[in-house]
Design a protein around this ligand. Structure first.
Ligand SMILES: Cc1cc2nc3c(=O)[nH]c(=O)nc-3n(C[C@H](O)[C@H](O)[C@H](O)COP(=O)(O)O)c2cc1C
Length: 337
């Protein structure tokens, strides 16, 4: 049985984590692919048309394999009117400070997963990775017939077992240090990445991709030695030249110290790790995902334009202080050699 690295034709056993919200640009995805790793396009917030365009843009820049990443569909219930009122009231002062109209929940909060997946199938990447849950057998079947590898995300052993039973081709095991959203759907153990990788290597038969706090070549080596086939790094690439990270976000990352990250539901309604700021401190009663995500979108967009890191979702992992600038190829090199 060929290894995952062989199946994907990688020279470097490192995955650029998908980073939705414009960070994993086609340029960044392709640069990692051209340097021998696996780039991932964070496509969860893209429309089907944008997914097709971004996929074509990656293809123009690299002949290498890449992944497209989506959020698994969520079973959500509509928030009640008092819940919406409370969430709106908490965000109102932030809107006022930026001269924005008062926050309002748009009628359609969630993206259309089926249409996004159809667009991703058309792009036909080497890998379709997903987070926040499981895909249905028909989704996995559609990937299989096209030869697209399916990679799910687990935050603990039980979730990894469920993904394995579903028939995925590989599993991202996400430790608690990871930046961005927690990928799990059951109780999140916030596991130590190395400990989770070792436990999964003992119990799970499909290839593993370790993620969470991997910032140096020694970190990458340690998870490979613990049984992972690949290492997935997000925060390490946030300040790459090719990343779509906004200027205020870059400045906040450059100044960040170990211990500056918090777990918060303030921006999206789902737990995610990022740098502490006015919104993570001020918002205590967010709506569930995806409504809170839709509610905070105008604030985040205005904050990026106005250079206001205090209102942006500054996703970052616990290793943020070890982050560096440079091209994606230089950063990949520093994680491997
Ligand atoms: C800015 C940012 C955005 C992220 N967006 C996604 C995403 O869209 N899909 C996904 O599966 N994981 C996403 N993640 C999580 C990563 O896949 C990965 O688990 C994490 O970056 C690993 O931890 P590290 O940041 O310490 O390297 C994101 C992480 C960051 C930092």
């Amino acid at each position: 049985m060929p290894s995952l690295t062989q199946r994907l034709g990688l020279r470097v056993p490192i995955v650029l984590a998908p980073m939705a919200g414009g960070i994993s640009t086609p340029g960044l995805v392709a640069a990692v692919g051209n340097a021998g790793g696996l780039g991932s396009l964070g496509a969860a917030y893209l429309t089907p048309t944008q997914i097709r365009e971004a996929g074509a843009a990656v293809r123009r820049l690299t002949r290498g394999p890449f992944a497209v990443n989506l959020f698994a569909p969520q079973s959500t219930s509509e928030p009640t009117a008092p819940q919406v009122e409370r969430a709106v009231a908490e965000l109102a002062p932030f809107h006022a400070a930026l001269g924005l109209p008062p926050p309002a929940l748009p009628p359609q909060a969630s993206d259309d997963f089926e249409a996004q997946l159809d667009a991703a199938l058309e792009v036909c990447p080497a890998v379709l990775s997903f987070t926040f849950g499981r895909l249905e057998a028909r989704h996995l079947g559609a990937l299989r017939v096209r030869g697209i590898l399916a990679i799910g995300t687990a935050t603990g052993l039980e979730e990894a077992r469920q993904l394995e039973a579903d028939g995925v081709d590989a599993i991202v095991v996400q430790g608690g240090a990871a930046g961005g959203h927690r990928g799990g759907w059951s109780e999140d153990e916030l596991a130590d990445t190395l400990t989770l990788t070792r436990a999964a290597a003992k119990n799970i038969r499909v290839p593993l991709i370790a993620a969470g706090g991997l910032m140096t070549a020694a970190d990458v080596r340690a998870v490979l030695d613990a049984g992972a086939s690949l290492a997935q790094c997000g925060t390490a690439f946030l300040r790459a030249t090719e990343a779509g990270t906004s200027e205020p976000y870059r400045a906040a990352l450059a100044a960040a110290k170990t211990g500056d990250t918090v777990l918060t539901r303030a921006f999206s309604g789902r737990t995610a790790r990022g740098l502490r700021n006015a919104v993570t401190e001020g918002v205590q009663q967010p709506l569930p995902y995806p409504q809170q995500n839709a509610l905070t979108r105008p604030l985040r967009a205005a904050g990026a334009t106005a250079g206001r890191a205090d209102v942006l979702s500054l996703w970052a992992g616990e290793g943020v202080e070890s982050g560096r600038t440079g091209t994606a190829a230089e950063i990949l090199e520093s994680l491997w050699n």
